[in-house]
Design a protein around this ligand. Sequence first.
Ligand SMILES: [Zn+2]
Length: 189
Amino acid sequence: MQLIYAIDIDPEKYVAESFHKRMLPPAECPHCYRVKTLWGLGYYSRNLSRMVRGALLILVRRFRCRCCRKTVSVLPGFAQPYRFVQNRTIEKYVRGNPFSDEVVRHLDLLSQYWRRFRIWLPELERTLGHILKRAPPNDPFTAWRFLLAVHGNLALTTQKLVAGFQITPFGRYRCHRPNGPEEKKAGER
Ligand SMILES: [Zn+2]
């Protein structure tokens, strides 16, 4: 399982300051709901788009519950689960023209994300009827604006969706592999 941790730093700073080492475990295990049972397991790595050309390799902290033995990873809020392009760029894309360079560089992926959001919207409306009830049905731009206005931004919207419903704005949440080959042992980096 993955949780989103809203942090107020950009991805470059997260990497430069090795912020992954400072990610604390959630107080409560999201599987068995016991408190103070999560301990550092290591990291997994993933790529994330940058403002400039190229990609950043970020390390995501993982924890294991000593009671139920299940794992949880804590993704920094600037990234979207399973999506390469960072949240800030996705928000800029949906706001529309004029597109900045970072948006233009990832237009193909961003249009795929938007298509997923549009397809996924009926499920979001079913799940979040209390939030979206004043938005006209099947109106993706208005629904998007409502979601971000209620929660604050895309990071906080995703945080709420993942924690509360195991979904993201773009689809159903999928657990990442518990012991992928990319895993790094705690303290290795
Ligand atoms: Zn547990």
